[in-house]
Design a protein around this ligand. Structure first.
Ligand SMILES: [Zn+2]
Length: 306
């Protein structure tokens, strides 16, 4: 082989290697929920491959730890969890079994997306042993545009830690998300203003950050404690209290709880039963968080106009 051809061949091999490296250089990001996966895709853009451990219609309070989850997290560059004890029933077990120290709490590849978020509904007294699945306050902050921005910041920080070479892209994507979600909230202000203070009854405290942002007044929950199924007596009490009040505008719940209970309360009070999208990917139009916010807000507005 002459020198020129040798150099050419070497160059081709080097270029091939570079391309191969770039193709596999997308960061492997694992999240506990589809909401966090959507945020990671928004902020990570072309630099990430994202996988959610829960499916859209799975309630992340109640997943079971599996060996597959351990493998998935062990092979990840970044592991993002919701925090505020949303995943207390399964993530600690998965983390304990992973050999990848980098993605454990305290490692550079670990993100608690709730860091810096002021949780609402922090209980005075922890009732974890009575089945309270919100012992650190309400963990469902990803459903509210402005609060979700802090989760996006935490995710951007994590991505920058593991791939500082793309920091400018992550920061630009983060800013675009903040601007877009601010626009969404600004548009709500005029739409929801006439309905400020409208009263609703909920099932689980899933949409509370969002409903509060829309200016609604959540007067009662069908679950006596988050995670504790309602007794017939509790439901009868709710109905007796609100049947003749004529102030309730809707009963709001998640698709994964017993809709017969919601239907019973809504019919008895004479208001619509509204099933909102609990997660990204769980209904049409909710392909990312912005879509989720808009889809839920549109459903609520429609019910309020009735
Ligand atoms: Zn919950």
């Amino acid at each position: 082989m002459n020198m020129r051809r040798y150099l050419f061949a070497t160059l081709a091999i080097l270029m091939g290697a570079t391309f191969a490296q770039e193709a596999s250089a997308r960061l492997r990001v694992t999240t506990t929920t589809t909401d966090l996966a959507a945020l990671a895709r928004t902020v990570g853009g072309e630099h990430v491959d994202v996988y959610s451990l829960s499916r859209p219609l799975q309630d992340a309070h109640y997943l079971d730890a599996t060996p597959g989850m351990v493998v998935r997290i062990s092979r990840s560059d970044l592991f993002i969890e919701n925090g505020l004890e949303l995943e207390m029933g399964w993530v600690p077990e998965v983390i304990r079994d992973t050999r990848n120290r980098r993605v454990r709490p305290g490692g550079p590849g670990h993100v608690d997306a709730s860091a810096g978020i002021q949780a609402i509904q922090v209980p005075d007294r922890i009732m974890r042993d009575m089945g309270d699945v919100h012992p650190s306050g309400n963990p469902h902050y990803t459903l509210e545009p402005v609060v979700s921005q802090q989760a996006a910041r935490n995710i951007a920080d994590g991505l920058i830690r593991v791939a500082p070479q793309h920091a400018d892209d992550f920061r630009a994507n983060l800013q675009a998300y903040i601007d877009r979600s601010d626009e969404v909230v600004a548009a709500w202000q005029t739409k929801f203003e006439p309905h400020a203070g409208a009263q609703v009854i909920i099932y689980h405290k899933h949409f509370d950050y969002m409903l509060k942002k829309l200016g609604l007044d959540i007067v009662a929950a069908m679950e006596p404690l988050p995670g504790l199924a309602p007794s017939a007596r509790h439901i009868a009490g709710l109905i007796a209290q609100y049947r003749d009040a004529d102030t309730i505008r809707a009963v709001i719940m998640e698709p994964w709880h017993d809709q017969r209970v919601g239907r019973q309360v809504a019919d008895a009070i004479g208001v619509p039963l509204l099933i909102l999208c609990p997660t990204v990917g769980s209904c049409e139009g909710a392909d990312d968080l912005i879509g989720l916010f808009e889809t839920n807000a549109a459903k609520v507005l429609e019910a309020l106009k009735k």
